[in-house]
Design a protein around this ligand. Structure first.
Ligand SMILES: Nc1nc2c(ncn2[C@@H]2O[C@H](COP(=O)(O)OP(=O)(O)OP(=O)(O)O)[C@@H](O)[C@H]2O)c(=O)[nH]1
Ligand SMILES: [Mg+2]
Length: 285
C-alpha cells in the first residue's frame, strides 16, 4: 500500500497556528488509508485542481449528478475538482456522480457523513488541494454561493468559512429545525467566544491543512466538531450569507428533529470539553 502523507506524519504546506501536526490522522482507519491508496491510483492521470469540492453522498441518486454538474470549473480564478465520497449506498449514487465527472470514492461500508468527509479531506490533501469546499449531495446548497464561501480564504481573510442561512435565506418551513439553528448558534457563540449564526450549514470552505490539524472523530454529526475545533485551535473564522433550500428529494440521514437535536447537542458539549482539556494540557506542557 502506498504511504500517505498521514502515515509519514507531516504534510507539505501545513501551516496552521503552531507546527504542522496531522492530528486528524488519529481518526483515520486502515480502511480509509486503503481507500485513499486505491483512489490515488484510480485518478493518478487526472490533473489535480487547487480547489477540491468534497461531497459526502449516501443514497442521493436523484440529485447527486445535478449537484456535481453545477460546480463551476473555476472559483475565484482557481480550478476546481469534485470529490464525492459514497459509502454503502444501496442505489446508484456512485454511478451517477461518476457519470457527472466527479472523482468518486465508493467505500463498501456505511459509516456516516463525518467519516465520509474525513476521508474526502484526506483525498483532497493527497491530491494537493489548497482549499477544500464542502457541499451536500441533496441539492440544498447552491453552486452560486460557492465563490462567496471561498473568497475570504483566497483573499487570506480567514482560514475557515461557513455559509449562514441566517445571514442569507432558507426556504425551510420546519420551525423546530430553524429554532435549533438559532439556539445552537447561541450556545456555540458563548462557548467559543466567536459569533456564530449557523453551526450546521453544509456549505463551507477551509484551507486544506485545517482539515488535518483539527481532531475529527464524529462518524455522523460532524458539523459542530469541525467548527468548534477550528475556532478553538485559533484559526480565523468567517461566515457569509448563503441561500439554503429545504430537501426536496430523498430522505434526511440525520433522523427526526429530536434525535438530530440531541446528537448535535452532545457533539457541541463533548467537543468543547475535549478542546478545553487539550488547550489546558498544551499550556501546561
Ligand atoms: N457518504 C455518506 N454521506 C452521508 C451519510 N449520511 C449523510 N450523508 C450525506 O451528507 C449530506 C447531509 O446529509 P443530510 O441527511 O442531508 O443531513 P442535513 O442536510 O443535515 O439534514 P436535512 O436538512 O434533513 O437534509 C448529504 O449529502 C448526505 O447524502 C453517510 O452515512 N455516508
Ligand atoms: Mg440535507
Amino acid at each position: 500500500m502506498a504511504t500517505t502523507p498521514e502515515l509519514r506524519g507531516s504534510e507539505p504546506g501545513g501551516s496552521g497556528p503552531g507546527a504542522p501536526d496531522p492530528r486528524g490522522a488519529a481518526s483515520l482507519s486502515q480502511l480509509d488509508l486503503d481507500q485513499a491508496a486505491a483512489f490515488g491510483s484510480l485518478y493518478a492521470e487526472r490533473p489535480p485542481a487547487p480547489v477540491a469540492v468534497v461531497i459526502a453522498a449516501y443514497n442521493e441518486e436523484a440529485t447527486v449528478a445535478t449537484v456535481v454538474a453545477a460546480v463551476p470549473a473555476q472559483l475565484c480564478g482557481l480550478g476546481t475538482e469534485v470529490i464525492v465520497v459514497v459509502d454503502g449506498s444501496s442505489d446508484k449514487t456512485a454511478q451517477m456522480a461518476s457519470e457527472a465527472a466527479a472523482l468518486v470514492c465508493d467505500v463498501p461500508l456505511n459509516r456516516g457523513q463525518g467519516a465520509a468527509l474525513r476521508l474526502g479531506y484526506l483525498l483532497a490533501r493527497q491530491r494537493g488541494a489548497r482549499f477544500v469546499l464542502t457541499s451536500d449531495a441533496d441539492g440544498q446548497y447552491q453552486s452560486d454561493d460557492m465563490e462567496r464561501v471561498l473568497a475570504p480564504l483566497v483573499n487570506n481573510e480567514a482560514d475557515f468559512v461557513s455559509g449562514s442561512r441566517r445571514l442569507g435565506s432558507t426556504t425551510s418551513k420546519d420551525a423546530v429545525r430553524n429554532l435549533g439553528v438559532v439556539l445552537f448558534a447561541g450556545l456555540i457563540t458563548v462557548l467559543v467566544r466567536q459569533k456564530v449564526t449557523d453551526p450546521s450549514c453544509g456549505i463551507r470552505a477551509m484551507r486544506a491543512e485545517v482539515t488535518a490539524d483539527v481532531v475529527l472523530d464524529q462518524p455522523q454529526y460532524q458539523a459542530s466538531e469541525l467548527l468548534i475545533g477550528t475556532v478553538m485551535a485559533g484559526y480565523r473564522y468567517k461566515e457569509v450569507p448563503i441561500a439554503m433550500k429545504a430537501r426536496r428529494h430523498g430522505k434526511t440521514k440525520k433522523g427526526g428533529n429530536l434525535l438530530y437535536g440531541a446528537r448535535f447537542c452532545s457533539v457541541v458539549v463533548g467537543t468543547w470539553l475535549r478542546e478545553r482539556r487539550r488547550s489546558t494540557k498544551t499550556k501546561r506542557s
